[in-house]
Design a binder for this molecule. Structure first.
Ligand code: FES
Length: 369
């Protein structure tokens, strides 16, 4: 007898143990499903589906399934179009998610709808058009025999006695305390995922990585001489490695290598009409732009600048950034543009940062969130 059989043909169960016993007969007499509202399967009359008895309903279902598969085809085409046509750096605002890449959204939506349409079409096809047959699968009893449960209980008791678990009360209590407290460190580690932004109490990784020595009105000084810089000190086409004025204080602190590295910036000057885009409104000063000096691939410092093309080349793996176009990546393995620092001048005409960096500095191995 087959394991999988229709209800009608399952009247004489054979559980693989020879002829049907009285217990088997009692099992069969019990309803298959119990609980509130459950009816014995044998008592539920089989109702044919509309598509089984009405050819027009069947054709309607056929059209629904075909439409879903056609929708999947359209989504695949739109996916390819989105990949080719949408600029990977175009951002859009999506409620709840905030600023996200337009291409990522388009790819996600088209791919998701395509997969959904194929799945929904297959389900509709199976439910409405494939043969509608009720089957019952007989199974062995899952219950252990009395001998087996007695043997297990005996072994447990022997183990308890041999280990002395019942005898050594102090050991028993301290072990229970240790095991009870063991999950606490795992829960405490989850604190890192909790940021004030999400209603928690610790900084998020994005906030930590965005934090540098730069703050509003921080004077910009040259790397080496620590002299303040006036806009006229920087000719068009020029490049200067620079630091925040408080860099010397930072250098006196211990364990501050990261802080010093993250503070390094590059100043470049180009004709204002050569600037195609910036990362914020009016972030340059008369064509002078400030970018982080730390490559967003794996963090090499960069200072190879080609002033005619405004390309910044990382010597480590050849990532190339276009400083006239928001520092976007135009070549190489870097996955993210160079962070830009908004700059202006103070009352004495020296270059200063207008505000801190607005995004994480350095490699992009974390979730940008
Ligand atoms: S660190 Fe710059 S390209 Fe790899």
């Amino acid at each position: 007898m087959s394991d999988l059989t229709t209800r009608d043909s399952a009247e004489t169960p054979d559980h693989g143990h020879g002829p049907a016993s009285d217990a088997d007969a009692a099992d069969l007499a019990r309803p298959l499903f119990t609980g509130p509202g459950a009816l014995p399967a044998a008592d539920v009359p089989h109702r044919p589906r509309a598509s089984d008895v009405d050819p027009r309903a069947a054709r309607r279902v056929e059209r629904q399934v075909a439409s879903l598969f056609l929708l999947a085809v359209i989504m695949v085409i739109l996916f390819v179009v989105a990949y080719v046509a949408i600029d990977p750096y175009t951002m859009v605002y999506v409620p709840v998610l905030g600023e996200v890449g337009a291409q990522n959204i388009a790819l996600g939506v088209t791919f998701g709808l395509g997969v959904f349409a194929i799945g929904a079409g297959a389900i509709q096809w199976a439910k409405k058009l494939m043969p509608d047959v009720e089957v019952v699968q007989e199974r062995h009893s899952m219950e252990s025999s009395t001998d087996e449960t007695d043997a297990a209980a005996e072994q447990f008791e022997r183990g308890k006695e041999e280990s002395g678990f019942g005898q050594y009360r102090l050991i028993r209590r301290t072990l229970i305390a240790a095991l009870a407290l063991f999950p606490i460190p795992l829960v405490v580690l989850l604190r890192d995922l909790w940021s004030p932004k999400n209603g928690g109490f610790g900084p998020s990784p994005v906030e930590v990585l965005s934090e540098t020595a730069w703050e509003a009105n921080m004077p910009i000084v040259t790397d080496g001489t620590y002299a303040k810089i006036r806009p006229e000190d920087l000719p068009v086409g020029g490049l200067v490695s620079a630091l925040p004025e408080n860099i010397n204080e930072i250098q006196e602190e211990e364990h501050n290598l990261n802080a010093r590295g993250k503070a390094a910036i590059l100043l470049v000057r180009m004709e204002p009409d050569e600037i195609r885009s910036q990362q914020g409104e009016g972030w340059d000063f008369q064509g002078i732009l400030a970018y982080s000096k730390i490559c967003t691939h794996v963090g090499c410092p960069i200072a190879l600048y080609e002033h005619r093309t405004h390309h910044l080349l990382c010597p480590c793996h050849q990532s190339t950034f276009d400083l006239a176009d928001s520092g976007n990546v135009i070549f190489g393995p870097a996955a993210r543009r160079m962070p830009q620092l908004p700059i202006g001048v103070d009352e004495e005409g020296f270059l200063v940062a207008k505000m801190p960096f607005q995004e994480p500095i350095g490699p992009s191995f974390w979730e940008r969130g």
